[in-house]
Design a protein around this ligand. Structure first.
Ligand SMILES: NC(=O)c1ccc[n+]([C@@H]2O[C@H](COP(=O)([O-])OP(=O)(O)OC[C@H]3O[C@@H](n4cnc5c(N)ncnc54)[C@H](OP(=O)(O)O)[C@@H]3O)[C@@H](O)[C@H]2O)c1
Length: 293
């Protein structure tokens, strides 16, 4: 097998993917693209023998150099509030020019034929999917749901607020943990037969914001209530920079309307076990926070 290169390897999903990959593949077959190869976030992996290439999605030549001799590129999608189209296009075009065989891309999950537009996310992810499919490269598209780890950023820290206060809606979300999504990345990177496929990596169980409040209440043995508030009040409670208002409301509206509620079974099939449920996730999170106190 040729080299595997992971982008975004200093981030939440990329670093977990790299960690798991190194349990399956010798480190001299693994490379990463990082903006700062001296970063302490990558130091441990470099010591293990992983090749770190300095590169930036915006710097086409740096991508070409990094992809030389690489068979598979794991493209962790670019961050929101940046020019994602240019970045994804550069990676795909450079992979093609450098002779890479397969690009694996983490996209956003949506319902079949969905009209959902999430600011900063859906249009650029769809553009990347289409660019990849048109490139002639082997592709695997891994449509990711909201991360379980991201749920607090939509509902607020329920234990701190004493409740879940969100705009009205009873839709559910089949969120998945970063560890399980990273394991799916590794399955695709290390197995044959995933070429030219699109997978819907939903968690195994969906929950509404009311379900989450109930679960946190049960687990923490505190009275965590669920209440609906207006979108304006919600934005005020969350206290984020105004520029992210549409982004945040877009996610919460999509969750509340059930956009991410379907459970496809793809994640479980890829990782060969049941993905972590939201109850298991909050149990772990609450017990960890007790240890830290
Ligand atoms: N499904 C969800 O709930 C959810 C939530 C959040 C994000 N996402 C999406 O999933 C992606 C991965 O999430 P994450 O939590 O792992 O993100 P993250 O922790 O912010 O990691 C982003 C990674 O991208 C790298 N990066 C940023 N700009 C770059 C550039 N111009 N060139 C090369 N590398 C660059 C960063 O490197 P540095 O160390 O150099 O900054 C970092 O390694 C995000 O980028 C976003 O598209 C999904």
């Amino acid at each position: 097998m040729g080299k595997i290169l992971i982008t975004g390897a200093t981030g939440n999903l990329g670093s977990r993917t790299l960690d798991l990959l190194l349990k399956k593949v010798p480190s001299n077959q693994v490379a990463v693209l990082v903006r700062d190869p001296e970063s302490e976030k990558i130091e441990r992996f470099v010591k293990e023998g992983v090749e770190a290439h300095r590169g930036d999605y915006f710097d086409y030549n740096s991508l070409l150099r990094a992809f030389d001799g690489v068979e598979k590129v794991m493209l962790i999608s670019a961050v929101a509030f940046t020019d994602r189209n240019t970045q994804h296009f550069n990676v795909i075009a450079a992979a093609k020019q450098a002779g890479v065989k397969q690009v694996i891309f983490t996209s956003i999950i949506r319902k079949e034929n969905s009209n959902l537009i999430l600011p900063e996310v859906t249009m650029s992810d769809l553009f990347a999917e289409q660019t990849l499919k048109a490139s002639g490269l082997d592709y695997t598209i891994l449509r990711n749901p909201p991360y379980l780890e991201a749920m607090n950023s939509f509902s607020g820290d329920a234990l701190k607020f004493g409740g879940v206060r969100v705009p009205e809606g009873s839709g559910k979300v089949a969120a998945a943990s970063l560890d399980d999504l990273a394991a799916a990345n590794v399955a695709v990177l290390t197995q044959n037969g995933h070429e030219n496929n699109t997978y819907h990596l939903s968690g195994s169980e969906a929950s509404s914001f009311a379900d989450i409040a109930e679960a946190i209440s049960e687990i923490s043995e505190e009275n965590i209530t669920y209440a609906t508030i207006s979108e304006n009040d919600y934005l005020e409670v969350m206290g984020r920079p105004a520029v992210t208002n549409d982004f945040l409301l877009g996610w919460v509206r999509a969750i509340n309307s059930g956009e991410f509620s379907e459970t496809s079974g793809d994640l479980e099939r890829l990782i060969g076990r049941k993905p972590m449920t939201y109850k298991e996730f909050f149990k772990k999170q609450i017990s960890l926070s007790k240890v830290e106190d």
